[in-house]
Design a protein. Structure first.
Length: 211
């Protein structure tokens, strides 16, 4: 089954979605062959190179003065799926064009999804600056991807432009919130979905494919 997954690396619901998808596939569909394809979404396409301080962003954009209020629900959903997520570890959001470019370059290498999860985990769990080419190069080295090639891609403005074009295609495809899943080219769900909802969508898509 082809699974198209539209995410933004710095979106907390996307790390929850990544881990829930992997958990559901491992526990409920262990014999299902899947091809997970990652597509970029840019929530803050004009974020400065030095990043934005998340408490300031929450205050100016949403009027939230206590970041813990915004963090509580995705942290709780992560715990419900068995993994620790402390959003207070990472208080900066960075431009994601470089990271998305590296992920796009890994398409077809049978590790694109695992790499996307690793970059997202590095951002949230290890509080790393995933806009830094050296940080990205270090991550991809663990997934059999050429470190020097990855660094060149991360620094290439043309590759950043490619990401921006792909993000436009994502919007044109109807992606309005992330994570956005499309199972088998037919069943689409988005947002902070439960494991049961993800499993139901996979099951429905499996039935549609077999018809």
């Amino acid at each position: 089954m082809q699974i198209d997954l539209y995410t933004e690396i710095t979106c907390p619901w996307c790390i929850v979605g990544h881990h829930r998808l992997d958990k559901v596939l491992a526990e409920r569909f262990p014999n299902l062959a899947v091809d997970i394809r990652q597509h970029p979404v840019l929530l803050l396409p004009d974020a400065p190179a030095g990043g934005l301080y998340i408490p300031d962003l929450l205050r100016s954009r949403y009027g939230i003065t206590d970041p813990k209020v915004a963090f509580a629900r995705p942290e709780g959903e992560a715990r419900a799926s068995g993994f620790d997520l402390d959003l207070g570890r990472q208080l900066w959001t960075y431009p994601t064009q470089a990271a998305h470019a590296v992920i796009l370059a890994a398409a077809g290498l049978n590790m694109q999804h695992r790499l996307a999860v690793a970059i997202t985990d590095a951002y949230f769990i290890e509080a790393k600056n995933i806009a830094d080419a050296d940080v990205l190069a270090d991550i991809v080295a663990d997934y059999g991807f050429d470190r020097h090639q990855a660094r060149a891609i991360a620094l290439d403005p043309a590759q950043h432009h490619r990401v921006e074009e792909e993000a436009i295609k994502s919007a044109d495809a109807g992606v309005r919130s992330v994570p956005h899943f499309v199972f088998g080219g037919s069943i689409a769900i988005n947002g902070g979905r439960t494991e049961d909802e993800i499993a139901a969508a996979i099951q429905a898509a499996s039935g549609a494919i077999s018809l």
